[in-house]
Write a protein that binds this ligand. Structure first.
Ligand code: ADP
Length: 312
């Protein structure tokens, strides 16, 4: 096994309620199902990488409240390392209020990142030794941007490879982009960042060129059930998704990114890693939920063995 990987990002408690229709302002609607569970892009990606077998260190920030226990209990149950989880009295643990309409599955979400949006300079600096031992850093844009910028700077100085999943999408400085080894936008994020609508393979290529001109070394644009467009300096191609019966595609991107960093840390090349990540994501979309839908390593290996001929 290679060096450990760091997943740096958000934790929020997902509070999901289903109802016959989404309320309009001022309306209260009686719902049918309520679920509370761990979430947040960072945490979902961390769980995916961990279950896929990575030596993964999760870095996030919680309040000191009941919702913090949701994170800590989940980490304990899954035997995840929680030694680099920060906590504060100054902010609440993040929460996402998710309303889902029963028939259409349309949703409306308010996400309050809370504590994980208050990661301080000192806290990031304290990760220096951990970074020195790590091979990869995977991060997203759901925590405060100042922390992401600082950590990526430190990672580059130490030769740690940086993967950025630019979600939720927001403007990214040229200096941050120039320090990214691999960026993994979905097609909507790629379009917002580059201004190029990724409607076909040629357009995905143009968007990849845009990122590479900014100094990003490799680009993976995920295209949902169509697969992922991968561009490196040497080669580019569309890797089709595995054909499966999707039931719940929320968190597909998180599954993909977690799988990707796990595979790269093991020493798989970028093409093999994309295939591994696609398999992990294909398994996750066949189940409801985010963290509970992340498959175990044995399932991923079995799935890949059974689908040998499908993806190059
Ligand atoms: P996001 O969740 O960020 O929008 P995507 O929808 O692009 O990300 O999905 C990420 C990856 O998950 C895809 O590249 C693909 O490998 C896999 N995936 C997503 N939806 C499906 C699906 N319906 N069937 C098989 N694989 C899927």
């Amino acid at each position: 096994m290679g060096k450990p990987v760091i997943v740096f990002g958000s934790f929020v408690v997902d509070l999901m309620g289903r109802a016959p229709h989404l309320p309009v302002p001022g309306e209260t609607v009686k719902g049918s199902i309520f679920k509370l569970g761990p979430g947040g892009k960072g945490f979902n990606q961390g769980v995916a990488a961990h279950k896929a077998g990575a030596d993964m260190i999760m870095v996030t920030k919680l309040g000191r409240d009941t919702f913090a226990e949701v994170a800590l209990n989940t980490m304990k149950q899954l035997h995840m390392d929680s030694s680099h989880v920060f906590q504060t009295d100054q902010a609440e643990t993040g929460a996402a209020l998710i309303m889902v309409e029963e028939h259409s599955s349309q949703n409306a979400i308010v996400v309050v990142p809370g504590a994980c949006n208050t990661i301080t300079e000192e806290e990031v600096s304290s990760l220096s030794d951990l970074l020195s031992q790590s091979g990869y850093l995977l991060t997203q844009l759901e925590t405060n941007g100042s922390a992401v910028e600082q950590l990526v700077d430190m990672a580059k100085a130490k030769g740690v490879k940086v993967i950025l999943n630019p979600a939720p999408v927001q403007p990214i400085s040229d200096s941050l982009l120039s320090r990214i080894d691999l960026i993994t936008p979905n097609e909507v994020e790629a379009e917002i960042l580059t201004g190029i609508p990724v409607t076909e393979e040629a357009k995905a290529g143009e968007a990849a060129d845009w990122f590479m001109a900014k100094g990003v070394k490799a680009v993976m644009i995920t295209l949902g059930s169509r697969g992922v467009y991968l561009a490196t300096k040497e080669k580019r191609s569309l890797i089709p998704a595995f054909r499966v019966e999707a039931i719940d595609t929320t968190g597909a991107g998180d599954a993909f990114n977690g799988g990707l960093v796990a595979a790269l840390a093991e020493g798989k090349n970028i093409w093999e890693a994309a295939r591994f990540a696609s398999a992990l994501a294909a398994l996750s979309v066949q189940r409801i939920g985010t963290t509970p839908s992340m498959p175990e390593r044995e399932e991923i290996d079995r799935f890949l063995a059974e689908h040998k001929e499908e993806v190059q």
